[in-house]
Design a protein around this ligand. Structure first.
Ligand code: AMP
Length: 173
């Protein structure tokens, strides 16, 4: 397989957003067109192999990587957004964080029954966000056909939160 160009660009920022967190900053990947294009192409190839019919991006870096995947495959794109951002009829899922909870929402007309949805985000950490996005799709009777991430932080074992779904990550730390 070709070398993943993004691997040399992702920047470690210690103690962001709070002490003890090593933040994986993907902004340098976005500033490099070849790396961004390659990342989108690799995720798109996986989405295609899983038979994706709609791409779901998780706010907000999942939008940045999900939109070029959807465009590359000629598929619809759906936003899974943070609480209070979506204007139309919506469903809501809460998930646990280290301290407290977070909430994401999707419009009720964003996935049709039986539709094969492929969920994209920049990074898999604990998997709480990804699992909540899968629940949103399934509440609309969609079928989660896979997950695509630029980065997986393997030590956090986020895969355990989305067991049973195909999962593709371009880079593992
Ligand atoms: P999680 O629900 O724990 O899998 O967290 C995933 C979400 O949080 C993704 O949208 C990531 O962008 C963000 N995130 C979590 N941990 C990190 C990290 N160490 N560096 C960058 N982003 C992170």
């Amino acid at each position: 397989m070709a070398k993943v160009l993004a691997a040399d660009l992702i920047r470690d920022v210690p103690d962001f957003p709070k002490p003890g967190i090593l933040f994986k900053d993907v902004t340098p990947v976005l500033q490099n067109a070849a790396a961004l294009q390659q990342a989108a192409d690799l995720i798109a190839a996986d989405a295609k192999s899983q038979g994706a019919e709609v791409i779901i991006g998780i706010e907000s870096r999942g939008f940045v990587f999900g939109v070029p995947v959807a465009l590359g495959l000629g598929l619809p794109f759906v936003m899974a957004r943070k609480l209070g951002k979506l204007p139309y009829d919506r469903i809501t899922e809460e998930y646990a964080l280290e301290y407290g909870t977070n909430t994401i929402e999707m419009h009720t007309d964003s996935v049709t029954p039986g539709q094969r949805a492929y969920i994209v985000d920049d990074l898999l950490a604990t998997g709480g966000t990804a699992a909540a996005a899968a629940r949103l799709v399934e509440r609309l009777n969609g079928h989660v056909c896979g997950f695509g991430f630029l980065v997986e932080l393997t030590a956090l074992e986020g895969r355990k939160n989305i067991l049973g779904y195909p999962l593709h990550a371009l880079i593992e730390y």
